[in-house]
Design a protein around this ligand. Structure first.
Ligand code: C5P
Length: 237
């Protein structure tokens, strides 16, 4: 997929208010073109703020990880589509994915979350699954592909294997990104921006390494530079 390096970086606006989001977006300026709005901001006025961002020429990823009965998922997807958002996440359960794909319209693309990057095999066992993370990710990726989902959210560690399962067309979005020398926080499966691109990711979601950095704009620019170099290397191979 041919994308400008800057447009491959999605900054997670994991802040508690629209005011805090507005000030972060102003600080980041032209360094960032794509923002993710998750639970924290969405439930504090962030969905109306998404429209403001889109009007201002930014792209928006609504990360609400929907999972409900089919009709409820479909109606939710339609509402998000009307906002002009680019990406919306759903959990990778077949019924949920089918409902979302059938209801999507306009510019909205549906991404399925395979297994949260904070989960390891022990967490899956505790949730009652008889699968390793790697097995469950592969199973869900194949199901998402068959259902016609536009893309997947996966850990950078799994991106290369998932790319082999789903082919070149599906969009791969990887959170769990940590530039060399930054804290893993609660993420268990992490990679540098360069490693994620090399593994076949199309977009990288980065939260704390940008929004909690002493200089968020410099942090974003450094990540975009790392993406640019890695994307160029990937194209040469
Ligand atoms: O701060 P950090 O870079 O860890 O933020 C990662 C973002 O990606 C968070 O907003 C988190 O909710 C999201 N995410 C994730 N793992 C997934 C899907 C989304 O970490 N599988």
């Amino acid at each position: 997929m041919q994308l400008e390096p800057r447009d491959r970086l999605i900054v997670a606006l994991d802040v508690s208010s629209v005011e805090a989001a507005q000030s972060m977006v102003a600080r980041l300026g032209e360094a960032v073109s794509f923002y993710k709005i998750g639970y924290q901001l969405a439930f504090a006025g962030g969905l109306s703020y998404a429209a403001e961002l889109i009007e201002g020429g930014k792209r928006v990823f609504v990360d609400l990880k929907l999972h409900d009965i089919g009709n409820t998922v479909a109606q939710g997807v339609k509402s998000v589509a009307r906002s002009g958002a680019t990406f919306l996440t759903v959990h990778a359960y077949p019924q949920t994915m089918k409902a979302a794909v059938e209801a999507r319209e306009g510019t909205l693309r549906i991404l399925a979350v395979t297994v949260l990057t904070s989960y390891d095999d022990a967490d899956l066992a505790a949730a009652g699954y008889d699968f390793t993370v790697s097995e469950l990710v592969a199973e869900r990726a194949a199901q998402a592909h068959d259902i016609g989902i536009d893309g997947l959210v996966c850990s950078p560690e799994e991106a290369a294997r998932i790319r082999n399962i789903v082919g070149a067309k599906m969009i791969l979005v990887t959170p769990g990104i940590r530039p060399a020398g930054t804290e893993p926080d609660d993420q268990k499966r992490i990679a540098t921006p360069a490693a994620a691109i090399a593994a076949g990711a199309d977009y990288l979601v980065v939260g704390r390494p940008v929004v909690a950095a002493p200089d968020p704009k410099a942090a974003a620019k450094a990540i975009v530079a790392e993406i640019a170099a890695a994307a160029e290397r990937r194209e040469r191979v």
